[in-house]
Design a protein around this ligand. Structure first.
Ligand code: NI
Length: 394
C-alpha cells in the first residue's frame, strides 16, 4: 500500500466509524444533543471553529478561505435528525434507541459533510470561506427555517446539500436542473352534522357519507383538473369518524398531504380542496371547515447552479455518472427554505448496492452503502471550491 492509499483507507475508516456510531444513537428532531456532541468533537479534532446550540441543537462551523476570509461564503448543509421508526435492519450497529432510527440516511449526510470538512480544513487553496450547517429537525420540515432565523445564512452567497438515494448506484450523483423535491403541505377537513340515530337518517346529516364522497371527489382534482405532465399528489392519510355502529357520526375528519413541483399547481390544488369541500358540504347539507398547513416549497435547482454541481460531480465520479433525475421525486425537503434566500443546488447521491435489496428511505430496513461516504466527502469538498471560484470570478 502506498502512503496515499493508506491515507485514503484511514479516511474511509474514520467516516465509517463516525457513521456507525451516529446510526447506533439516532435522535429525533430538536433532541440531537449526543449527535451534536459527536459532530463538535470531530470539528474540534479538525481545528474548525464552530458555534453550538444554533436553532436549539444545530451547529454552524466556519472554515476560512485563502486570502478572502471576509468575503461571501459558500455553505454546505447536512441534516442530523432521525425518524420515529423501529429499526429492523439487523445491523451490528443498529439503533439502541427503541422506536428511533436513521431511516432516511441523515447519518450518511452528516458523515459526508464532516468528511468534506476534513478535506477543506487541510486545503490551503480555498478560494472562499466555507460555512457548514449541521441542521436539526429536517424531518419535521422546520429545522432549516430555524437555522435561517438564527442567522446561519448571514454572509452566505451559495448553499449546497444532498440526499442519499437508493434508486441510483453508489458512485452516481444526480445534479438535476429543475425540481428535485416537491412542495409538501398538509390539510385537514372537518365535516360536521347534528349526529343522530342510525335508524333515522332523515332526521340527521351523515358526515361519513359526505366524507366518503369528498374522498372520491378530491382524487379527481389530480386526474381531471391538472396537466398530466405536471407531477402532483393528493393523499388522504387519515379518515376519522363515528363512535358506534348504530349512531350517525357528528364529525368526520379527513387529513392528508399535497405534493407538487410547480407553485401554480400547488395553489390550484389548495383552492380545489376548499371549493370541492364546500360544494360537497352544501350538497350533503353538512358544515365543513378546511385547514391548510403550509409546509415546504419545492426544491428547484437553477440550470446555472446544477451545472456547477455537475462539474464537481464529473470531476469526482466521472461525467457519465453525473446524471439527471429520471423520475419526479415527490418527497418534501426543507432545503427549499435556504434556496429562497441564496442561490444553490440540492443533489441526490446514489447509495444502491447491486448485491442486495435496497430498501426505501423511511422503511425500517433502510441502509446505505458505506462506500458512498468518501465519494460524497470529496464531491462536497470539490463543489465548495468550484463555487468559491465562481464567487471570486464574480
Ligand atoms: Ni431525508
Amino acid at each position: 500500500m502506498t502512503t496515499a492509499e493508506r491515507a485514503d483507507a484511514d479516511f474511509h475508516q474514520r467516516l465509517v466509524a463516525f457513521r456507525r456510531d451516529m446510526h447506533e444513537h439516532p435522535e429525533l428532531a430538536f433532541e440531537e444533543t449526543r449527535t451534536a456532541d459527536a459532530i463538535s468533537r470531530e470539528l474540534d479534532r479538525l481545528g474548525i471553529t464552530h458555534e453550538r446550540g444554533v436553532a436549539t441543537t444545530g451547529i454552524v462551523a466556519d472554515i476560512p478561505g485563502g486570502g478572502r476570509n471576509a468575503g461571501p461564503k459558500v455553505a454546505l448543509r447536512a441534516d442530523i435528525d432521525a425518524l420515529p421508526i423501529q429499526e429492523e435492519t439487523g445491523l451490528a450497529f443498529a439503533s439502541v434507541h427503541d422506536g428511533v432510527m436513521h431511516a432516511c440516511g441523515h447519518d450518511g449526510h452528516t458523515t459526508m459533510v464532516l468528511g468534506a470538512c476534513e478535506l477543506l480544513a487541510r486545503d490551503d487553496d480555498l478560494p472562499a470561506p466555507v460555512r457548514i450547517l449541521f441542521q436539526p429537525a429536517e424531518e419535521r420540515g422546520t429545522g432549516a427555517k430555524a437555522m435561517i432565523e438564527a442567522g446561519a445564512l448571514d454572509g452566505v452567497a451559495m448553499i449546497f446539500g444532498g440526499h442519499v438515494d437508493r434508486l441510483y448506484p453508489t458512485g452516481t450523483i444526480v445534479t438535476h436542473a429543475g425540481a428535485v423535491n416537491a412542495s409538501s403541505d398538509r390539510f385537514s377537513i372537518e365535516i360536521r352534522g347534528p349526529g343522530g340515530h342510525a335508524a333515522r337518517p332523515h332526521e340527521s346529516i351523515d358526515t361519513i357519507v359526505a366524507g366518503a364522497q369528498l374522498v372520491s371527489a378530491l382524487q379527481s382534482v389530480i386526474s381531471r383538473e391538472l396537466d398530466p405532465a405536471d407531477p402532483a399528489v393528493l393523499t388522504i392519510g387519515r379518515f376519522h369518524a363515528g363512535t358506534a355502529p348504530n349512531v350517525i357520526a357528528r364529525n368526520a375528519i379527513l387529513e392528508g398531504t399535497i405534493r407538487a413541483q410547480d407553485p401554480e399547481v400547488r395553489e390550484h390544488i389548495i383552492a380545489a380542496i376548499r371549493r370541492i369541500s364546500e360544494a360537497t358540504a352544501s350538497a350533503t347539507r353538512a358544515e365543513v371547515e378546511v385547514n391548510i398547513q403550509v409546509g415546504v416549497p419545492a426544491v428547484v435547482n437553477t440550470p446555472e447552479m446544477a451545472a456547477l454541481a455537475r462539474e464537481a460531480a464529473a470531476a469526482i465520479v466521472g461525467a457519465e455518472r453525473a446524471v439527471a433525475l429520471d423520475t419526479a421525486n415527490m418527497g418534501g425537503e426543507d432545503f427549499a427554505h435556504y434556496l429562497r434566500h441564496v442561490k444553490g443546488c440540492y443533489v441526490r447521491i446514489g447509495v444502491a448496492r447491486g448485491d442486495r435489496i435496497n430498501h426505501a428511505a423511511h422503511s425500517s430496513k433502510f441502509d446505505i452503502d458505506e462506500a458512498v461516504l468518501p465519494i460524497g466527502a470529496r464531491f462536497f469538498h470539490h463543489l465548495a471550491k468550484l463555487a468559491g471560484r465562481s464567487l471570486e470570478a464574480g
